[in-house]
Ligand binder design. Structure first.
Ligand code: SF4
Length: 171
């Protein structure tokens, strides 16, 4: 069944690249949504993968957000200037507050790569004037509740529309 709310979003719309059929997930697979792919091919959506933009290769180890006690992240000046509301304190927002870090299952801290990717997606969203984003669920970058990139986009006032293409695995 088509999701009409997504069909009606005003372009340009930022979308998770894996939803558009790009094999950029941690396991080298995509999370194709034919509806999203159609809109990318029509030039209405811009597909981006924050984890690849942050310099992480594909495939890559799974990562997750873990509690931490540290200092809040210093945002680049252009990102700070583009915020229209404070970044949340829960989920992916906690990474910006210094209350969480992103680590692989082997314990490698990949927070800086996740932040770098989030900044790149945010810059593209600002550059193109996107007001909405279609993002994959169950991803430490893109999930609307736990994702680092999603938290930053929400701080820019961008509305997130989650798409769950896989109930078993995280992206
Ligand atoms: S969910 Fe986001 S970070 Fe994960 S593969 Fe898809 S676009 Fe990349």
């Amino acid at each position: 069944m088509r999701e009409t709310a997504i069909d009606n979003l005003h372009p340009p719309v930022i979308v998770s690249a894996c939803l558009a059929g790009v094999c950029c997930r941690y396991d080298g697979r995509d999370a194709l949504s034919s509806q999203v792919k159609e809109r990318v091919e029509a030039g209405e959506c811009i597909s981006l993968c924050p984890e690849e933009l942050g310099g992480l290769g594909t495939p890559r180890p799974r990562a997750r957000i873990e509690a931490f006690e540290g200092s809040s992240v210093s945002l680049p000046q252009d990102i700070q200037a583009a915020l229209c509301q404070p970044i949340g304190v829960e989920g992916g927002g906690a990474v910006f507050q210094g209350k969480a870090r992103v680590r692989t299952e082997e314990g490698v801290d990949v927070t800086d790569a996740f932040l770098s990717g989030a900044f790149e997606v945010a810059r593209e969203a600002v550059r193109c004037g996107a007001r909405s984003a279609i993002l994959k669920t169950r991803s430490p970058s893109c999930d609307s509740e736990i994702g680092v990139t999603a938290a930053l986009l929400q701080g820019l006032g961008i509305q997130i529309f989650p798409v769950d293409r896989d109930r078993e695995e995280r992206g």
